[in-house]
Design a protein. Structure first.
Length: 310
């Protein structure tokens, strides 16, 4: 079954200025509409390392929903547990500045309640033989609880990401039940009720190590954009992973790619620093894309001795 990824699907509407971006002004530019969503991005990134992940999620009962399924199938993602429902996908509207960073955004979340029924009916089939679980932690609370129960039942490791920290903040107890939680620097500040934006990687490492220990979180990784990422385990292990130097075109999806690479490494035998290094390489490949074509990799490029399936 490979890595099972469970979460929401979004339609991303992205606007890019053609000249110097003027905050609050009228900006000429180009607008793109693409498939998005944290978990949908993650499962595609995993598939682009020639692995065969499974996606558990919802899409609209429209042509756009079918397009999402078709594209994932083209990437050789197992889509048998995707359900088509009315308004099954969310929408993310974002405006980018000239550095490729999001300067304004609004999102409409989908109703992911139907996932609870799906897991009740087919959870054993989905999770019994999987290699690990990548979970979007801000799904419906009952859905998250179900995933954690199945993970415990079948002794599967769970790696968690988020799309909305305000929801995840209310679920701190879940963080103690996952094998590793990944978020960005700003989100970590919200989680621990502090401002970390000014911290260097070395300082962030010390703060994270202390917080992970006091909060009894088994493992946590915090991405810091161009400064790289830091990681810490409750057992005292911590470190810094430098970012790859690339020309930034669009930072969208970089965090998702980093998470995907980290999950791949941890699932298939790499230690935490080596896994974060894989995440850093995948993130660098995403932010430097000049066309809407995802780069492909082979497992051996990351030192993974995994048979590639046809």
């Amino acid at each position: 079954m490979g890595i099972v990824v469970i979460g929401a699907v979004f339609v991303d509407i992205k606007g890019y200025p053609l000249s110097t971006y003027i905050p609050g002004g009228r900006n000429s530019g180009r607008v793109e509409q693409v498939h998005g969503g944290v978990s949908r991005n993650i499962v595609e990134d995993i598939a682009n390392v020639e692995l065969r992940p499974t996606f558990v999620g919802l899409v609209d009962d429209t042509g756009m929903g079918q397009d999402v399924i078709d594209k994932l199938r083209d990437h050789k993602v197992n889509t048998q547990f995707i359900r088509r429902v009315k308004d099954g996908m969310g929408t993310w509207l974002a405006v980018f500045n000239n550095d490729g960073d999001v300067c304004a955004s609004i999102s409409k979340r989908p109703d992911t309640t139907p996932l609870t029924a799906l897991l009740k009916e087919q959870g054993d089939e989905i999770f019994k033989d999987c290699d690990s679980i990548a979970l979007e932690l801000d799904l419906e609370k009952e859905t998250v609880k179900q995933v954690l129960r199945f993970a415990k039942k079948y002794n599967k490791r769970v790696y968690a990401a988020i799309s909305n920290m305000s929801i995840a903040m209310e679920r701190r107890d879940f963080l103690q039940q996952v094998d590793c939680f990944v978020c960005n620097q700003q989100e970590a500040g919200l989680l621990f009720s502090d401002d970390y934006d000014h911290l260097s990687p070395a300082a962030m490492r010390e703060v994270l190590a202390a917080n992970v220990h006091s909060a009894n979180i088994p493992c946590m990784v915090v991405t810091m954009g161009g400064q790289g990422a830091v990681y810490a385990r409750a057992n005292g292990e911590s470190g810094v992973v430098p970012a790859k130097k690339v020309d930034v075109i669009d930072t969208t999806g970089a965090g998702d790619a980093f998470f995907a690479g980290t999950v791949i490494g941890l699932t298939y035998g790499k230690n935490l620093p080596a896994s974060c290094e894989i995440g850093s390489r995948l993130a660098a490949s995403v932010i430097s894309i000049t066309e809407n074509v995802c780069p492909r990799f082979r497992p051996l490029e990351f030192g993974l001795d995994i048979p590639v399936l046809d």
